[in-house]
Each structure stands twice: as C-alpha cells, then as structure tokens.
Design a protein around this ligand. Structure first.
Ligand SMILES: Cc1ncc(COP(=O)(O)O)c(C=O)c1O
Length: 431
C-alpha cells in the first residue's frame, strides 16, 4: 500500500507496555462525543430497531425449535454482584457492579449467538420470502415445516470462527436444516471442533490462525449462489444482531431501578476479539444512552488487536504480529491478530478505553468468580473482571463515584464441558 503507514510508525504509535505484552490501560485519545459521531455513521437507530423487530418475528419459530426458549427471546440474566465480590472487582472505588450473564445465554451459552443466530435468521428469511414460503401475517413457526427445511437443506451456511461464532451459527443453521461448514484454525480448541461435528457441521481446519481461516472461507464461498458466508470481520448483520442486546440491557436496568444518565454513568466492560460483538453492543448502547454509557474493551496482552488498530490509526489494517506480539492466549475467543476494520471505523471513536489483561489474571479471576460467585466462565469471558480495577485506577478521579454502575459482560462458558472447565480452573489449557 504505497504511502501508507509503515511498521516502524506503527510501533511508535503503540505504547511500549503493550508491545511488551504487559497489562495496560489505553484511554482512547480520539474519543468523540456520541452526538457528534452518531450522525456521521451509516448505521442508524432505525437499523437496530429493524433488527429488533426481526428477532421478534422469529420468536415463535425459535420457541418451537428450542425447548430452552420459553418465549423465543434469546437473552441472558442481569445480576448484581454481592458486595464483597463487587469490592474485589472494583477495588472499593464505588458504584455497584453488575453482571450481564451472556455466558448463560440460552441455546449456545455465549455472546456470539446474538450476532450468529441473528445472521442465520436474516438469510433464512430472505430465502423463504424469495420462494414465497411466507405469506403476509403468517407466523414464522411455518419455517419449521418440511418444505422450508427442504429449501434450507439445499443451502449452506459457512463461517470462519475461533469456535463460539461457529457454534452459534451452526446450532441455528442446523436447527433450520441448513448444511453448515465451519472454518477454524488448527489451533482452535479440540472440544469446540468436536462439538461442532456432533451437531452435524463440517469442520474445515486451516494451518494458520483464525484470520487465515476466515480469509480462506471467504474466498471459497465468494461465488456460491447456494451458500451464505457469515463474515466475522465484516458483516453488518452480525453487528446489528449484537447491537440489539442494548434493548435487553435497557429493559433490565429499568426493571432493576438502575438510573443511567449524566449523573449516573454506566461503564460496560466487554471482552474483544475481532470486535464485532463488543462493537455492536457498544453501538447499540450508545444509541440508547449517549455519553452516559462508556464502553471499555478488554483484550489479552498477546492479542490486543483493537488497541493496536486504534492506536495506529485507521489508514490500513494492522496486526499484533507487526508490533512483535504472538497472539497466543488461553482466551481462545479473543485470540485474534487483526481487528475488524468495519468495527474499528464504526465504533473506534466511541470506545472509552481498551484494557489488556494477562492470561494469569484471567485464570485467577476465573477461579475466584467460580468459588466466590458461582459464575462458570471460560477464560475469554472473565476478561471484563480483570479490567475494572486497572481502568478505574487509570482515571484521575473515580467517575460518578457511588452513582456509577459497572456492568461486566460475561461472554461464554456455561456450556463448557466439565473436563474443560476443570482444566480452565487449574489454568491448564489442554483444550
Ligand atoms: C467467549 C467470547 N467472548 C468474547 C468474544 C469476542 O467477540 P468478537 O470476536 O466479536 O470481538 C468471543 C469471540 O469469539 C468469545 O468467544
């Protein structure tokens, strides 16, 4: 790319501590007020509302297909952490600590369902409408009928994944009768590959990392009229599926009597891999709460792809390898070397901070949250907890004091096989 930023300039732009894989708090110097940035973006509140309306159209079908879904709504509990644990998490710096428990999200047990399931529904709806399978006003439960399944069975849904997106896409697509192909790095956890095979997905392994698996799958499906590729790095539908989580959280905050406004700031801690899930959620929350919400992305010290991208600027994609990091972490869902440029461009200006955390910290929090709060998490999902204290300590004054609310988004783990969970508790990533 002639004239574009070189590796030495990128190294200069990225703090030394980050390059040395030391835990760091990076306060975003290019943050822009919500009112200034939102009108400049192509995606709007109407897009997120349309996505929410689509979820609701599918409620009857999802309730029919999955016993775990009473009403068809895929949402997770929202719980306050008990005072002693909240003090441990926030270092006694004031404000309540809540957990948005996507590790318990029904059907898939991880945040990636919000985007992955949603994108499969978008594809299924488009196919069904094109074939005249859905008459106006007809219930979407109709899409479980044999003729709809025959239609879906003639189509493939493909995805490149570190594991959890593939599972979310795979469960939904298989339930509708689609063929499913999941492209994964050879390094991805063996049990995640096995679990995909058990639901009838074809797993294609690639020698390189997650990014090469996505690139290979994207190329393989570029010209396939009978298939849809879910692009974790570049999909609008994924992003919008995640963004609708904001409506769920707003409802739960109101039901719990938690105020969110200028005097009562809301801090949300989100584990970040390629950026799609935390990016979509942050976008949705900012649409609803403006600058009263502040989103903090959390990444492993070995794979801080969003931090590196935002620090280096948005001129061209940058990878953590370019600053000497190796992308090796037990937090497999976050083991991503290059962030989504679409997400970086859309929500980069909205992110309050990126915090990097060590695997040792993730492991310690995983144990403590299990023994002290009964939270069954996978390493990626504990990232938010490891970030609260360092983030608050990096600010000149604790924001909002006792009036602030801290929400840690736990993003996966309830469906971890017991042996894997025990290995994670021991801090030994046999996976
Ligand atoms: C458990 C878990 N948390 C967080 C994430 C991050 O999501 P994203 O890659 O969209 O940033 C992932 C991604 O797979 C994940 O599996």
């Amino acid at each position: 790319m002639p004239g574009s930023i070189g590796t030495s300039e990128i190294r200069e732009a990225v703090p030394l501590a980050v390059r040395q894989a030391r835990p760091t708090v990076w306060l975003n110097p290019r943050r822009v007020a919500a009112d200034d940035i939102l009108p400049t973006l192509t995606l709007t509140r109407a897009d997120v509302e349309a996505a929410e309306a689509r979820w609701r159209r599918f409620d009857p079908l999802l309730a029919h297909l999955f016993d775990a879904l009473g009403t068809g709504r895929i949402d997770s509990p929202f719980r306050a952490l008990a005072a002693p644990m909240a003090r441990r998490v926030a270092g006694g710096q004031g404000g309540a600590v809540w957990v948005k428990a996507d590790h318990e999200l029904p059907v898939t047990g991880c945040i990636k369902a919000r985007g992955g399931v949603y994108e499969v529904l978008v594809y299924a709806e488009a196919l069904a409408l094109a074939q005249g399978l859905l008459r106006p006003g007809e219930t979407y439960a109709r899409l479980a009928d044999p003729d709809a399944r025959r239609l879906f069975g003639a189509h493939t849904v493909a995805v490149g994944s570190t594991g959890n997106l593939g599972f979310s896409v795979g469960v939904m697509a298989r339930a509708l009768g689609f063929r499913v192909e999941v492209h994964m790095s050879h390094d991805a956890k063996a049990w995640k590959k096995q679990r995909l095979r058990e639901i009838g997905a074809e797993v294609v392994e690639h020698a390189g990392d997650y990014g090469s698996a996505v690139a290979a799958a994207r190329a393989a499906f570029a010209d396939r009229a009978d298939a849809h590729f879910v692009d974790d790095e570049d999909s609008l539908d994924l992003f919008l599926g995640y963004a609708t989580a904001a409506f769920d959280l707003r409802r739960q905050l109101a039901a719990a009597g938690v105020a969110v406004d200028r005097d009562h700031p809301l801090y949300v801690y989100l584990p970040c891999g390629v950026g799609s899930a935390p990016g979509g959620v942050s976008f949705g929350l900012t649409l609803l709460f403006g600058d009263a919400v502040r989103c903090i992305f959390v990444e492993p010290v070995a794979a801080p792809c969003m931090l590196v991208q935002l620090a280096a600027g948005l001129e061209r994609p940058v990878s953590v390898y370019e600053v000497g990091l190796d992308n090796r972490t037990e937090a497999d869902g976050l083991a991503v070397a290059s962030a989504s440029m679409r997400v970086a461009r859309t929500v980069g200006p909205l992110i309050e901070a990126v915090v990097t955390v060590s695997d040792a910290d993730l492991s310690a929090w995983l144990r403590e949250l299990w023994t002290g709060a009964g939270l069954r998490l996978e390493p990626s999902a504990a990232a938010g907890f490891a970030a609260v204290r360092p983030f608050l300590a990096a600010l000149p004054a604790p924001p909002g004091g006792d009036r602030a609310t801290h929400v840690v988004w736990t993003t996966g783990g309830a469906l971890l096989p017991e042996a894997e969970f025990q290995a994670a508790l021991r801090g030994d990533g046999t996976g």
